[in-house]
Design a protein around this ligand. Sequence first.
Ligand code: NAD
Ligand code: MN
Length: 479
Amino acid sequence: MTFEYAPALEATSVVKIKSEYGLFINGKFVPAKGGKSFPTINPATEETLSKIAFASASDVDKAVAAARAAYSKVWSKMPAAERGKYLFRIARILQERAREFAVLETLNNGKPIRETRDIDIPLAASHFFYHAGWADKLDHAGMGSSPKPHGVVGQVIPWNFPLLMLSWKIAPALATGNTVVLKPAETTPLTALLFAEVCQQAGLPAGVVNIVTGDGSTGSAIVNHPGIDKIAFTGSTAVGKGIARAIAGTKKSATLELGGKGANIIYEDAAIDETVEGIISGIFFNQGHVCCAGSRLLVQENIQDELLEKLKRRISMIRVGNPLDKNTDLGAINSAAQLAKIRELADSGDTEGAERWSPQCDLPSKGFWYPPTIFTGVTQAHRIAQEEIFGPVLSVLTFRTPQEAIEKANNTPFGLSAGIWTDKGSRILWTAKHLKAGVIWANTFNKFDPASPFGGYKESGWGREGGRHGLAAYLKGDH
Ligand code: NAD
Ligand code: MN
């Protein structure tokens, strides 16, 4: 006998989406010069949600001028404790309007309401709370007696955690006394524009936060604008490398958070049921659109059969479908382009000889969907072991000795995250010491906290975000 879930749909009446949105420059919504716009959709239904202004280089120029004026006339002169009050106010408004943000994020991104409600939005608020507390304590943060901000910061973010990535960028920038010009990703502008309304509601001085919507050309106009002092970017390694080239030889500093191919290492003595949950959260959280996803499973060979059997049984229980349903575990893929990329890479797994497995699952007919998928028999040379898929696809490899696990885990151009599952504390410490990864979780995965620095080695990026290390990146000098 099977027990079916009754649908438990989150109401959408809490959000009021406008039919069109301008750019947020100098505290006001203004149309793009020339009136250019682009549609934004719900990836779960392909319905158009709104029309978004498309910022050209001259709009970016206006935003940078507004940020510069706000920096020199207001924000840099304000006592640090006053700055902190604005951040506290924004944090509280995000909490008060959390349901509205969660529903809007789910509509525009496709991720399940369970995640936006319990993870994205609470974490975004906590980033503002955390950094609000730092604003008046920077003189005592071990970065010199009176550390100085860069000035105007250009920030470009991706679509996988739209409001959360905005908070990772804006909260530390404002806490340290910078003003910002931020560009959300082209497919997910809506929560950034709602955040602009929050800035108005908080009475944030005009020009401290400017939000310009558009595509890569808009991002490039920010990166190349001479009035920008620092760039903070999260996105693909290819674009990150282009940004590094574009700013070489200029006075701009940069932090880059790029891709990953995280190894999740399972030793034979790991607590197996907890480990299965950790593998699930490592690769299927946010449809696998996670730079630090545990997308390469490294299993000690003698437990492979038992682990895979339990893992497949658990994957069969993942509920794929309407992101607004509170029962949903795996929502829509964010765009047709990302779906095509996932398909292309997963298909290379078939042709290169790995073995594909997916549970039986019915996918909705409209929208962009991909079933939870695992590949076994993956070798290190396979593309699915080397390239970032950024989707709900897990590559399974095996190892016999801890040394072999390390060698395989580090055999990647990336170095963002890793997981270690074992009963022995000494083995955790030994493994962590030998892994080249910026973030390492032990007997857990995908845990985030604003006090904890995040960032990568090698092609996963430059610098750290979060914690004291993340603050340093928004202050002048080496810390
Ligand atoms: P992307 O790097 O193209 O886009 C990220 C952001 O950069 C967007 O806001 C985009 O408009 C902007 N951008 C694009 N070209 C730019 C340029 N030349 N100069 C300045 N800004 C530019 O990433 P994507 O196309 O959204 O996704 C492609 C792949 O990137 C994914 O499949 C995934 O592998 C990776 N990715 C990683 C992360 C991460 O968190 N590290 C996030 C999103 C995507
Ligand atoms: Mn792109």
